[in-house]
Design a protein around this ligand. Sequence first.
Ligand code: PHB
Ligand code: FE
Length: 327
Amino acid sequence: MTIGLEVERSTDVNNDGYHEFKLGEFTFRRDEFFVYISWPTGSHMMSADAFLRALQRDVAWDFFYGVVNFDGVFGTVNHYGNVDVFAGRYNDSYRKAELDYSENHETPHIRETFKAVLDDWTNESFDPFASPHETGSAFGLKNGNNTGAVTRQRVAAERMVGVQGDQPIRSDESGYPLNRMFADVDQSEPVVEVEPGFEGEVAAFSLFAYLSRSDVTWNPSVVSVCKDSLACPTTEEYILPIIHGNDRVEWFIQLSDQITWEVEDRDTGAVRSRVVMKAGDVAAMPADIRHQGYSPKRSMLLVWENNSEKIPEAIASGKAPTYPVEF
Ligand code: PHB
Ligand code: FE
């Protein structure tokens, strides 16, 4: 059966209550514990909770920058207008055995398909954006839905949070409670005395107070935009649900607590390094790696992205280096 924008969904649900989906030659099926993906040359299974956490990011970030690996086998590559869906493409063993497979789809088609899968497979009890400690289970027979959570839009300022007409500061009246892990974070806001005539231009806010009220994990919001420079802070707990393959350099500033990053070669998955970032540490992730972060306590991280659409091509063609600075 085809529903909206050519989403191919089974007419009936399976024994566990879930629909099955097709995207090109890929098929997607879930049961109580697992998700099963198949394609013409192979098949794969993933834990339903890990799959839904990854899918949630891919959908909410509209396929993000570069490669979103759900795990070492399955994922997507964003070409900004169309998207590759792949199996084994960034996995040395699959490549050597010539078992890797990839298909290209127009963004609206894969976007609608992935949104439909996410909504159908997420039960009432599960919020894929939440820390595992702050949500119920992803497992079991189909049981309701959590459409409000899975269609949550990420906060994206046009200029800066708090500037007149832009995103409001999430202070005491925000309706967002202080997170249990950030009970010690000072909630006072800076006092700004603006010269008459500049009321809409000058603002300041406490980024720590703002982040201490974030109800999601591993979901960068855009708090300031200066041309292509995007400041995207986020609160992290447990594991980044995707292994992100960069198509540009990105900078990390660890604002609180600690994250351990496993860094691998983007194309083969070979281990490159482990980066332990403590509060105050700054690191640049090169454009030819993939990475996954582990945060034992809820931590605050500032991700600094250059959003220029020219960068992926400049790096892929060798015109720009894969690393940010020459010391
Ligand atoms: C990243 O891929 O760089 C990334 C994604 C989400 C986060 C943090 C970092 O929350
Ligand atoms: Fe990244």
